[in-house]
Design a protein around this ligand. Structure first.
Ligand code: ADP
Length: 482
């Protein structure tokens, strides 16, 4: 790995402003090649407790700063992330696999949350409420919730942490981040830059730990942690929620999705194909807002399938460091098993593969971008998140029918549709049971908008003016005797 600044590649934990070399380590591998990139410190539960203690001790002084002062630290951190975007992207591609330009995009996307919440730090407004008695006045103030523990996945090793730590620090919380064991290096590089930005010791801690369950159990049980923020599967979200019950922690959960992508027959078909390609194959299908089920109205079904097939066959698969690659490896050889299982299940029930469908000969983690026709609601792909490069095309006739199919899911994260009729656009946007709807676009994530799901896709929102509220408590003062 060639870095302009090799000190960004850090293998030690970052606790209380110090770099901690543990006794044990775990290996981080490049998913494209299987090569070992680093041996990262593997913290014990005692170390994790020390990090929580540090964050707890740092909290009063950090919370006491003005919003503008906290904004200054965050702004410096943002500037350093942008200045070092190339190196951060290189570390990210090496440990996660996504094509380097996409990795660089993630770094800037992650940094944009730090910029945004640096700005929002100054705008944490309270309220005055007209008193309910003549001698009373009522004031509402917002205060930081306290120490936040985060658990994040491997698919966005930088941005998933940035989206959480930025509003937390802006609000006056301190933070303990447990990055995914597959991708801790991006998180540690963020800590290197946080230290350079002068963020005080204990405010941001990164605790690599190979044993996810042990780290999670400590974060959830520890009374010094006021809130858990998690992005990952609904399965693990449920475990964390149960574990947080004993101490009634606040929780933000960004969980699984099963995004419907609907193409109506009045849609601009080329735009719909473009949108579907982005929504499906970005990050090799490994995002929680990836289109998982593509519903196409009968009259345009065949034409859409042909156009999508042509587009998909033109995608270049390869190592994320190679020029012109738009689809990298999947995160692990096991990830391919699920992809193959979904395809086999669909084919056994009558679907037809019209593009891809097989492992690629590039290596154990590479799979051909795939399109299937003749898919029905009875197949696994319609109900489970594939998290891979498979586009299943399901035919539908009417608006009511497709809305019923789209909403037939316990998930409710993102939904997309392409249509031009204005009345239809409003009807469908209102009817979709998802927290986010992309209308005539396959790309919806931005720091200025509230990202989050309904149903079993989670709790809370990240980004936008709403995002900071997840890290604030409301306190009401009743002033009497006036
Ligand atoms: P994904 O399929 O995206 O990996 P997971 O929910 O399995 O989703 O993982 C998301 C994050 O949660 C990862 O960092 C993983 O290590 C962590 N994790 C997995 N199991 C647990 C658990 N029992 N407690 C806490 N964290 C966990």
């Amino acid at each position: 790995m060639k870095l302009k600044d090799p000190t960004l590649l850090e293998h030690r934990a970052y606790i209380n402003g110090a770099w901690i070399e543990g006794e044990r380590t775990f290996d981080v591998l490049n998913p494209a090649t299987g090569d070992k990139i680093a041996a990262v410190t593997d913290l014990t539960v005692d170390d994790i407790r020390a990090a929580i203690d540090a964050a707890h001790a740092a909290k009063p002084a950090w919370a006491a700063l003005t919003g503008k002062e906290r904004a200054g630290y965050l702004r410096r951190w943002y500037d350093l992330m942008v200045e070092n975007a190339d190196d951060l992207a290189t570390i990210l591609t090496a440990e996660m696999g996504k094509p380097w330009p996409e990795a660089r995009g993630e770094i800037l996307y992650g940094a944009s949350f730090i910029e945004w919440f640096a700005e929002e730090a100054k705008r944490v407004y309270g309220d005055t409420i007209p008193g309910h008695q003549r001698d009373k006045r009522i004031i509402v103030m917002k205060q930081p919730v306290g120490v936040v523990g985060s658990i994040t996945p491997w698919n966005f090793p930088n941005a998933m942490i940035a989206r959480k730590v930025a509003p937390a620090l802006a609000a006056g919380c301190t933070f303990v981040a447990r990055p995914a064991e597959l991708t801790p290096l991006s998180a540690l590089a963020m800590a290197v830059l946080a230290e350079r930005a002068g963020i005080p010791a204990g405010v941001f801690n990164v605790i690599p730990c190979a044993d996810a369950a042990a780290a999670g159990a400590e974060l959830c049980a520890n009374e010094k942690i006021a809130k858990i923020t998690f992005t990952g599967s609904t399965r693990v979200g449920r475990i964390l929620m149960r574990q947080c019950a004993d101490t009634i922690k606040k929780m933000s959960l960004e969980l699984g999705g099963n995004a419907p992508f609907i193409v109506f027959d009045d849609a601009n078909l080329d735009a719909a194909v473009e949108g579907a390609t982005i929504a499906k194959y970005r990050n090799n299908g490994q995002t929680c807002v990836c289109a998982n089920r593509i519903y196409v109205q009968s009259r345009v079904y065949d034409a859409f399938a042909e156009k999508l097939k042509a587009k998909v066959l033109a995608l270049k698969v390869g190592d994320g460091f190679e020029n012109g690659v738009s689809v990298g490896p999947l995160i692990s050889p096991q990830a391919l098993v699920k992809v193959e299982d979904h395809i086999a299940d669909a084919v056994a029930k009558g679907a037809k593969v019209i593009a891809g469908g097989n492992r690629s000969n590039l290596g154990a983690t590479f799979f051909e971008p795939t399109v299937m026709t003749g898919v029905t609601q009875a197949m696994k792909v319609a109900h489970e998140e594939t998290f891979g490069p498979v586009a299943p095309l399901i035919r539908f006739e009417s608006e009511d029918e497709v809305i019923a199919m789209a909403n037939d899911s316990e998930f409710g994260l993102a939904g997309y549709f392409f249509a031009r009729d204005l009345a239809r656009v409003f009807r469908v946007a209102e009817a979709l049971e998802t927290g986010m709807v992309g209308v005539n676009t396959g790309l919806i994530s931005t720091e200025v908008a509230p990202f989050g799901g309904i149903k079993q896709s989670g709790l809370g929102r990240e980004g936008s003016k709403y995002g900071i509220e997840d890290y604030l408590e409301i306190k009401y003062l009743c002033l009497g005797g006036i």
